[in-house]
Design a binder for this molecule. Structure first.
Ligand code: ADP
Ligand code: ZN
Length: 474
């Protein structure tokens, strides 16, 4: 199961009303990709700096020993992996882990990112790979790190058919370089969050034949990460780590690090000398939902529609998934361009079932349906934009990846279309009928509970922020 989709299960249902704040970053990235391609140096990161990921660390410890004492393995004619692929969601510490490997082994660390190889001039990609290995070989022992390997190692289309030549040349250069060096204390670590798209040639023996999944931290690992970053900063003694770990379900290590950093910034801004629990809770809302504006421009109509929209989300969420916790429902505009939001966390992350995904879809749909019920079909707003994006994407996965739809059945759409080279309009139809069916169900729930939702919305208009206890609905 992929985590992007699971991520959708922490419900952040925002009522969007600015549409303009997007797409700033990509231009910047392209400019950077032409210079600053190789970074190398030694790493002072150690395994102690990486919290959680216990199995991965164990597996890498063996490689540390191999880099330090290759003779020990050569003597027994044991072939050690030349390449290790770390795969898993972004921000789970793959780069950190590779650095720690170099740090523990005490060898230089050479890093490139696959995304820097995209759209380079003909031949340049392959040349860069060769240059990288040449440089690394000078230090005898080293760790070479290739981030986002999927950008150069995408599946080549249809077996022997050559796809994009430039990409292939880069990939071939990498494969050649990897075959070219003997067990000598050089190890290539690659990272990706899309192992499914990698060319099989990369995963063969002698290439990245050891594959280690780096997962999102479970609760214990989250506690470790929270402790690690809190211990580097000053904080009050009474901070409830357990509670923060519960709030941060589906957070990556990077997100937790960022959360603690934001909390520290808030503490400083408020003139404390230690981080307190409120700083962490506020930082949590800021990173997930955006900063709530202190003095938003008063927009009565906006606030009323938003209140009904969010009341729809909140009610249907409580109605279908009473076990989940509503952290906060707010109709204060945020810095992320939302007019309001409903934030909930799942109470269990153990299994994602078909009915959980359907419920999640229903909750996403509920904001728009509430608008329609209370203001009429013609007065629905653009506030559901984000909900629609999320629900479409989740519905596609439900059908095309998880094989949960009766019409589509036990089929993976991507494989189908890759192998048969067909476009699948039937998926589009299935997605549409799933959403339509749920839309009707949500409509029914909202119609039959109109008075309760009305009460929640009125309370929201009055108080602006509601919590779990304010939503007594049964
Ligand atoms: P990835 O390469 O998987 O995208 P990174 O290694 O770049 O993730 O993680 C970014 C940052 O997030 C790290 O520099 C570190 O500050 C923090 N981080 C992520 N995972 C962990 C972890 N397991 N333990 C400690 N810090 C982590
Ligand atoms: Zn919404």
């Amino acid at each position: 199961m992929e985590t992007y989709q699971i991520l959708a299960l922490i419900g952040i249902l925002a009522f969007m009303y600015f549409l303009l704040f997007k797409n700033k970053k990509s231009a910047q990235k392209e400019i950077n990709s032409l210079n600053e391609i190789e970074y190398y140096g030694s790493s002072n990161v150690l395994f102690n700096d990486v919290a959680g990921n216990y199995e991965a660390k164990d597996s890498l410890l063996e490689i540390v020993d191999f880099i330090k004492n290759p003779e020990k393995y050569n003597k027994f004619n044991v072939r050690m992996p030349k390449g290790v692929l770390l795969y898993g969601s972004p921000g789970t510490g793959k780069t950190l882990m590779a650095k720690a490997l170099a740090g523990e082994a005490g060898v230089p660390f050479y890093a490139v990112s696959g995304s820097d190889f995209v759209q380079v001039y003909a031949g340049l990609g392959a040349g860069r790979i060769r240059a990288l290995f040449k440089k690394a070989k000078k230090s005898q022992k080293s760790v070479i790190f290739i981030d986002e390997i999927d950008a150069i190692g995408k599946k080549r289309m249809g077996g022997n058919l050559r796809g994009s030549d430039e990409g292939d040349r880069t990939l071939n250069a990498l494969l050649t370089e990897m075959s070219g060096f003997k067990d000598s204390g050089t190890i290539v670590i690659a990272a990706t969050n899309r192992i499914d798209t990698l060319d099989e040639a990369l995963l063969r023996p002698g290439r990245f034949d050891r594959q280690i999944e780096i997962m999102l931290p479970d609760k214990d690992a989250r506690k470790d990460i929270i402790n690690l970053y809190l211990s580097q900063k000053k904080c009050e003694d009474d901070i409830n780590i357990e509670k923060i770990a519960d709030l941060t379900v589906y957070f990556s290590g990077a997100m937790i690090e960022n959360l603690i950093n934001e909390a520290a910034l808030l503490a400083i801004r408020e003139g404390h000398d230690k981080i307190n629990i409120e700083n962490i809770e506020n930082a949590y809302l800021n990173v997930l939902a955006g900063k709530e504006q202190k003095n938003p421009i008063e927009n009565k109509k906006q606030k009323i529609v938003t209140s009904y929209h969010e009341a729809g989300h909140a009610f249907v969420s409580k109605y279908l998934m009473p076990e989940n916790k509503i952290i906060r429902v707010s109709v204060i505009p945020t810095s992320k361009g939302a007019g309001g939001y409903t934030l909930s966390t799942p109470n269990s992350t153990e299994v994602i079932t078909k009915s959980k995904i359907k419920n999640q879809l229903s909750v996403l749909i509920a904001g728009r349906v509430a608008e329609e019920v209370f203001f009429g079909k013609d007065n629905i707003t653009i506030g559901a934009q984000n909900d629609i994006e999320k629900s479409t994407s989740l519905a596609i996965d439900y059908i095309a990846k998880y094989g949960m739809d009766e019409n589509m059945g036990f089929l993976n759409a991507e494989v189908l279309s890759n192998k048969l080279n067909v476009s699948l309009t039937s998926i589009e139809n299935s997605v549409k009928s799933l959403i339509d069916e749920l839309y009707d169900e949500v409509m029914h729930i909202i119609m039959t509970n109109k008075d309760k939702i009305d009460a929640i919305a009125k309370l929201l208009i009055e108080k602006e922020v509601l919590y779990e206890d304010d939503l007594v609905i049964k």
